[in-house]
Design a protein around this ligand. Structure first.
Ligand code: TXA
Ligand code: MG
Length: 323
């Protein structure tokens, strides 16, 4: 893979945009210090410029090049959870263009856990701004194929690192006065964060203001399929759906038992609702798969509201909220 990493490196050094693998989802990366390069990301994703980007690097030392302060609690989280699915909001230095942070005083920072991307970052003398590599508002990509299907003809290179191990985006954490806030639920659980630094607060789902999101993952409609998605009790949802649609027009995401009324290929099995890791890994790929079947409706269960179940529910609710 050294050859592929060199290709990515050279393109990024020339101010081009390259898709990179991480353990959460694929990112659409550019030199975070280069405003022109970063502006290409927004254009390719059709992303509004009020939606700030996460900056990726490979070491704590490098973060001090572009972050002013590192509060004690942030440091504890970083020490314990990086590389990993944690993004910290920290006061930015001038060197980060305002475009990256949408004019906000804090920059979102993460050290991702993927060997190819860590190796790439180690060889670059700038950090990488990278949102998820999907058109704005759509389901995030967890394979190189997902990226190439939607953005392949708009970017010169995709660094293929296989399927993402975790499959769900990072948890975004910020500090306000003496409080710690979770801005977006994600791959690192609330329980894990609290075990390290004590009480945290979670920005409520409904508090998202669509015109000025503090985190766009907070937009109520996001991560969405084109096919309407309903979340709740599968038997009830299925009975309702069958009143309106033919069986072959209905998809089921994460059912424990195959439903005999519905074609097998329209159903994604999850052996137990508490198989959170498996669900996270499969979530976005399954949504894409079902969406491509051109169904009338997809139904999905609610997870127990603990551990990764919280983030899974969050993504499903946002994917479903337009209906
Ligand atoms: O796992 C991840 O976080 C992936 C991989 C590629 O690292 N990235 C990702 O990026 O999910 P994106 O752009 O899809 O979501 C980043 C979120 C957005 O909701 C954005 O609004 C928020 O981070 N964000 C970035 N900078 C921020 C800031 N300064 N203040 C508040 N929120 C910020
Ligand atoms: Mg995204």
């Amino acid at each position: 893979m050294e050859f592929e990493i060199q290709i990515a490196k050279q393109l990024l050094e020339r101010g081009e945009v390259v898709a990179i693998p991480t353990e959460t989802v694929y990112g659409l990366a550019a030199n975070a210090y280069n405003q022109r390069a970063v502006s290409k990301i927004f254009k390719i994703k059709n992303r509004p410029t009020f939606d700030p980007l996460i900056v990726h690097t490979n070491s704590l030392e490098k973060i001090h090049d572009f972050v002013k302060e590192f509060p004690e609690k942030a440091y504890v989280l970083a020490q314990n959870l990086w590389p990993g699915a944690l993004t910290l909001l920290l006061p930015k230095k001038e060197i980060i263009p305002d475009l990256v942070t949408a004019g906000l005083p804090r920059v979102a920072v993460r050290i991702p856990k993927h060997p190819l991307t860590l190796s790439l970052l180690a060889q670059l003398d700038f950090p990488l701004a990278a949102p998820s590599a999907n058109p704005f508002g759509y389901v995030s990509p967890t394979t190189a194929q997902h990226v190439s299907q939607q953005l392949g003809n708009q970017i010169p290179f995709i660094l293929d690192g296989g399927a993402c191990q975790l499959g769900i985006e990072s948890t975004i954490v910020g500090f306000e006065n003496d409080e710690t806030w979770i801005y977006r639920l994600g791959g690192i659980t609330v329980e894990t964060i609290q075990s390290l630094i004590g009480e945290v607060k979670i920005k409520p789902f409904s508090s998202a203001d669509p015109t000025s999101p503090q985190a766009a993952g907070m937009l109520t409609k996001h991560y969405a399929t084109h096919t309407p998605l309903m979340v709740g009790e599968i038997p009830e949802l299925l009975a309702e759906a069958l009143q309106q649609f033919a069986p072959h027009q209905i998809g089921i995401l994460f059912t424990q038992h195959l439903n005999k009324d519905i074609p097998v290929e329209n159903q994604i099995i999850l052996p137990a609702i508490t198989n959170f890791e498996e669900a996270a890994q499969k979530l976005f790929a399954s949504l894409r798969y079902l969406d491509a079947l051109n169904l009338k409706i997809i139904i999905a269960p609610r997870f127990p509201n603990q551990h990764l179940g919280k983030a899974l529910n969050d993504r499903l609710m946002r994917a479903s909220s337009k209906k």
